[in-house]
Design a protein around this ligand. Sequence first.
Ligand code: DMJ
Length: 690
Amino acid sequence: MYPPSRKDFISLTLSDSHNNTYNNGKHRRQSCWRKWKQLSRLQRSLVLFLLALLLIFGLLSYPSITEQWRGGSDREDWLELNDRDVKDLPPGVKSILDQAEGKALPPVAEPHVLPAVDPDAVAGAVVEPRGPNVPILPKPPIKNKNFPNKRGPPSLHKDGNISDTVGGDKEVQEVVREEEGEEEDKEQKIVSWRGAMIEADQATEPPPSANEREAAAPPAPADPADTVPSEVPTVAVDRLQAVCDAFRHAWKGYKDYAWGHDELKPISRSFGEWFGLGLTLIDSLDTMWILGLKEEFAEARDWVEKELSFDKNVDVNLFETTIRVLGGLLSTYHLTGDQLFLDKAKDIGSRLMPAFKTPSKIPFSDVNIGKGTAHPPRWTSDSTLAEVTSIQLEFRELSRLTQDPQYQEVVNEVMKLVHKLPGKHDGLVPMFINTNSGQFTHKGVFTLGARADSYYEYLLKQWIQGGKTEDDLLEDYLQAVEGVKKHLVRQTGPSKLTFVGELSHSRFNPKMDHLVCFLPGTLALGAHNGLPGDHMDLAVQLMETCHQMYRQMETGLSPEIVHFNMQASDGQDVVVKPADRHNLLRPETVESLFYMYRFTKDPKYRDWGWEILHSFNNYTKVPGGGYTSINNVRDPVNPGPRDKMESFFLGETLKYLYLLFSDDAELLSLDKYVFNTEAHVLPIWPSPPK
Ligand code: DMJ
C-alpha cells in the first residue's frame, strides 16, 4: 500500500481556497460599484467632499508625525547640550563634537556615532542608549566616612610592598578587527578576538600619596639616582598633575553616565555592558590609589562593597575577567591591605574555575559565573593561545594568598602542556590551541600581536614573579626572543626603523599591531633581570619605532595596525591602511616608555609620553567627561569619535603615564613587583614557588 498522495491533497486544497478568494473579491468589487451607482448626485458629492477633506488633513499632519517617529526632539536636546560645551575648545576636540553632530562628516567615509547606533547592541550586549541628562543609576555616595583612611602608594607604607598576602591577575581586551581581505592574509581569515580590552589598611596614620607628596613641594626623590638633572622639578609635577587631571576627567564621565557599568560611551553619554561587572570601576581602583585620588577611590570601594556581585547568570571571558577583575582586585588588595578586595578576588577566582574542566585541561574561553558552566566560543572548540597562557600570574598569586593550591595547579598545567607541545617555530607559538586535543591549531601563522602577545610577556613575568627559579619558563622565553629576532625582526627601507612583522606560512608580512609595542618594555625588563644585553638593544630600537608610529600620524596618535615599507626608497616608513586607522586609547607604547625610562633614565622617553598625553587630550577628550576611541588618526579635523572609553585607558594608559612622570623609583619598584598585562601590580614572591 502506498500512503495517500500528499501532492493531490495539497493541490486540491490550494486550488479551492484560491478560487474562493478570487471570486469573493470580484463579487465585492462588483457590489461596491453597484451601490455607488445607486447613490443620488448629492450623496456622491458629499462622499467625495469628505474624502478630499481627509486627504488635506493627512497631508498637513504628515511632517509632525514623521518627526515623532524619528525621535527628533531628543536629538535636538542633545545637540543643544553639546553646543553649550563647544565654545573655546581646541580644534581636535571641537571636531569630535562636530562629528557627533554630523556637521563635518565626509559624505560616506566614517560613520559618526550616535546613541542609537551601538555596535555593542549589535553584538548582543545590554545597552541602554539614553538622553544626556537621564541618570541611569543612583550616583555614588559622596564619601564613605567609615572607610579606613590609610591611603597612598604602597612604597610610602612601611613594609607595604611585600606583604604576606598579595594578589595578581591579568586581563585582555577584545578587539574585533576587520580582516584585511588581502591575498597575503587569506590564510588567517579569522575575526580577531583579543580578550582585551584593568586597595586600605586599618592601622597607621595615613602617609601622603605620591601625588600629594610631589605636588606639595619640589620633589626630593628618595633615590638620587632617579633625579634627572636636565628636568626642572616643576615640570615633573606639572606632568603628574596633568595625568591626574586626565584621570579625573575620564572618571567624571564614567561617574556621571556609566557608574557601575562596564564602559563609558562618552559621546552619547551612556554606557556599554560587556560582562556587567563594572569593568571600568574595577580596572581603575589601583590607579586611583596610586594617583592619590582618595575621594574617588572611597566611592569606588563603596560600590565594590555594596553593589558588586558575581552571583549572576552571565557568560564572561576567562582571560578578560582574570586580567581585569581578578587582577584589579588582587592588586588593590595588595596596595591597600583591605580584606574586602581579597574576598571579592576569591569569589571571582573560584567562579572561573569551571573553565578548566576540559578533556585537555586547556581552558575554555567562556564561563558562566552564575551557573558554573563553561564552553568554547560558538564557532570553534579552540581557545586563543595568549588567553590561556596569560592568566597565570593572577591564579598563582591567588593560591599563594589563600593557601589553596587549586588555582595555581590548573594554570601551571597549561604552561607545562604548552612547554612540551610540538608545533612551535624556534620558540614562536601558533595563535590557537584546541580544548579537546590540547594541540596547536591554525599552525603556520606567527605574530607578537593579537592572540599571541601576552604569552611571551607572561613567560618572563612568571619567571620573575617566582623569584627566577622556574627554568622551563626562562628557557621558553629565551628561545622565543631568538625566534623573534630570527624570523620577525626587520628594518624599513627609508629610515632603517626596526620593527616586528608576522610570519604567515613562511611568508613575511611587514605588519605590526600596536599591541606589539608591549615588547620593548618586556625586553627591557628581561635585560634588567640579567638576560642578554642585546635584548635591551632591541628594546631601544623598537621603542623608537613605536614612538614613530605616533609621531608620524597627523593626530600624534598611533593607529591600531601599521605596515612598514621595506623598499629602499625615500618614501614613508609607515603605511596605514584605511581599515587600521583607529586608536582605542591603548597603553602598550606608554607602558614600554615607563619601563625604558625606569631602566635608562633617558628623559626623551618622558617627553615622548608627554606628547602622547597631549594628543589624547587634543583628539580624544570629550567635553563634559570621558575620552573616546577614534576612527582616524590621520585626520585631525575629523578624527571620528567611536563613542567608547575602554576600561584599560584608566587601568593602564593613565597609570603608566603617571609612573613614567614620577621621580619616585620606589613607587612600585620593578624589583618588587610585576605588572600583569592589564597593569595591575603583583608582588614578586619572597620565596620560590613549591
Ligand atoms: C589590555 O586589555 C591588555 O593590555 C591586554 O594584554 C592587551 N589588550 C589591552 C590593551 O590594549
